[in-house]
Design a protein around this ligand. Sequence first.
Ligand SMILES: Cc1ncc(COP(=O)(O)O)c(C=O)c1O
Length: 341
Amino acid sequence: MPQASVDLRSDTVTRPTPAMRKAMADAEVGDDVYGEDPTVNALEAAFAERVGKEAALYVPSGTMGNQLALRLLAQPATTVVAPERAHVVIYENGAGGRNAGVQFTSVDDSRGVIDADAVAWAIEAAHHHYPAVSLVCIENTHMPANGACWPLDELRRLRSVTEAARLPIHLDGARLFHAEVATGVPAATMAAEATTVMCCLSKGLAAPVGSMLAGPADVMAAARAERQRLGGGMRQAGIIAAAGLVALESMIDRLADDHVKARLLADAIAERWPDAGLDPAEVLTNVVTWRHPDPGAVLAHLAGEGVAAGTIAPGVLRVVTHVDVDDDGIERARKALATAP
Ligand SMILES: Cc1ncc(COP(=O)(O)O)c(C=O)c1O
């Protein structure tokens, strides 16, 4: 892609900030498999505190964080209830079946949340020849639903259902801080409703690598061993963890800018395609999706204007805002969208 392009394919395409580069160069390191990397240890402690959990683990990717949660909280030959378009269901290449031996009961997520009654139904169904449920996974923000945020009361309603059934919740909070900024509800308040929470440092927060998994101390001790089994034990990982600390300390508040920019893109998209199933008022974070009969033609047109977008399903396009897209880039994208086929 040419240098001048506006890259809206994902918020993973960001480059580390100058402050991150400096922190990485200066990072104190040790062997993290021995638990001796002071920067990784500092990142894990800072994240655990930020999300109000006893302990945290630095992992190479969000996918690994989710997979660890499946391996630790779910049982093989059971089902995991999750939103039908959740990352853990759709976008991890079948990993749940391979790594944790689970199947998914996917429930309607058109509002961006899953209904507590639907989860209660799936749990009750085990008494009627359906598989037993061992875990509920949720996603906040919920990426395919235009980065929708879970209202706290819905989260609490879900929790009361899972608690009654003594089931854990894993919160895929790849973009949990986006939800915090958009709703004003602290990440820790949302995470309190889940057993484990995963957040990505490399999605919108601009760190080059890494995600965090947090939860009770005993679960996280087991997660450390599972991470090693999956080949995710890293040695002088403080080099990259240093950027993660900068991400946590200085890249969260600015997410509000990305949300404003996404709304501007949503306005342009809804104006160009009024029937594309997009209500801009529902775009509260940094992801915008819309339907189109010929996504390839739209992508080609945008690319010709120096704008990169993507697809997330047949007939569904996506743009995502992030720190490396400035006002000029958004204006360029809006103009390109206005003339798209
Ligand atoms: C909601 C959600 N969860 C998990 C992940 C996985 O993160 P990673 O790409 O670091 O494996 C992503 C990645 O885009 C995501 O959007």
